[in-house]
Design a protein around this ligand. Structure first.
Ligand SMILES: [Zn+2]
Length: 350
């Protein structure tokens, strides 16, 4: 009995000593980010001519487009040049690459200075996607994750963009706004669009209904710009008879103010602005982009009512607490000691 009390006291002491070691993680609201451009090449092969130059131009242009897309509220520093990595056959998983192996090799070679790493390949690969590495953004509807160490980063990396085979692309293709729009789209997935339920015309008490596929805006969410926005809300114009049609103009796209809100950038004075959702049908069932009708209006307060508040702009750089590694290890040690004690106690009582 005495040893039980001793172990309990020791465990409590350990917890008291280490658990209060809380670190602050600046993951709530930020207005500046860094991004590395990484070109992945097969070992023993030459990097095709012109690819580095093209990517260098894209790198500069992307930073400008991002600044514009955030309505001059945030910057992304891409000034570090193009990082190259020669990878071995075991790091290639056709038609893609093994991102974990590639990123670990990247951090073996280069500094851990980036919030985002955008990956291109010199060989055929497929798809554009964003992989969230580290995230804790209350109020956005997105989950919490921390896979930093899995990818070889020491708690720095937030996300990876995979933008596939660069060698197949002509310069005019790479700088075509559609491609940069694709990059803005993939980067935008770090924050958007996860709030509420998919548009289903109110079935099963669906909330908000500004998204579809669980990860994009519903197309019927009106864009305040004549272009659409990178995360899929579109530009709707009146047919003059109470119906609306979709017409996205060409040009550089800007993030919807809701996206800026999810990024922690939208000034609080804009929270009252209402955005129309048009009923253009349910994708896959009766979607019709020529005869949409008014459905409802949504503002940021509606997002807050469903998801809770994203850190407001006044506290844009407020830090949110996270449990430290030492705290976590202390909890594990305590659990192991308690477990060992219980096993011992059971074996004695038998
Ligand atoms: Zn997407």
């Amino acid at each position: 009995m005495k040893s039980k009390i001793r172990i309990l006291l020791l465990s409590t002491l350990l917890l008291l000593l280490f658990v209060p070691v809380i670190v602050k993680a600046n993951t709530c609201g930020r207005d500046s980010y860094t991004m590395a451009f990484l070109l992945v090449n097969e070992e023993d092969k030459e990097i095709p001519e012109g690819v580095i130059d093209n990517l260098n131009s894209l790198r500069v242009i992307f930073s400008e487009y991002f600044y514009n897309a955030t309505s001059q509220l945030a910057t992304i520093d891409t000034s570090d040049g193009i990082y190259t990595l020669n990878i071995t056959e075991d790091m290639i998983e056709h038609p893609n690459i093994d991102l974990q192996k590639v990123m670990n090799k990247f951090y073996d070679t280069y500094p851990d200075d980036f919030d985002f790493v955008t990956v291109f390949t010199t060989f055929p690969s497929r798809g554009m996607f964003q992989t969230t590495v580290k995230k804790n953004l209350p109020g956005t509807g997105g989950g919490i994750s921390n896979l930093s160490s899995y990818y070889g980063s020491d708690d720095r990396l937030l996300g990876i963009l995979f933008m596939y085979n660069s060698s197949r692309r002509e310069p005019s293709d790479l700088f075509y706004p559609g491609f940069i729009g694709g990059m803005l789209h993939e980067l935008g997935h770090y924050w958007c669009c996860y709030a509420g339920d998919n548009f289903v015309r109110g079935e099963d008490n669906a909330q908000l209904e500004i998204i579809q596929q669980g990860i994009h805006y519903y197309r019927g969410l009106d864009s305040p710009y004549e272009t659409g926005t990178p995360m899929n809300s579109d530009n709707w114009i009146s047919n003059g008879d109470g119906t609306y049609r979709r017409e996205n103009q060409d040009g550089p796209e800007k993030y919807h103010p809701f996206t800026l809100y999810f990024m922690g950038l939208l000034p609080r004075s804009e929270y009252d602005t209402k955005f129309t959702v048009y009923d253009a049908g349910i994708p896959g069932q009766d979607f019709d982009d020529q005869n949409a009708v008014f459905y409802k209006q949504v503002d940021v307060w509606d997002l807050i009512a469903v998801e809770g508040e994203r850190c407001p702009i006044e506290n844009n750089f407020e830090e949110i607490p996270e449990i430290s590694k030492t705290g976590f290890i202390a909890i594990v040690i305590v659990v192991v000691i308690m477990g060992a004690f219980l096993i011992k106690k059971n074996s004695i009582s038998k």
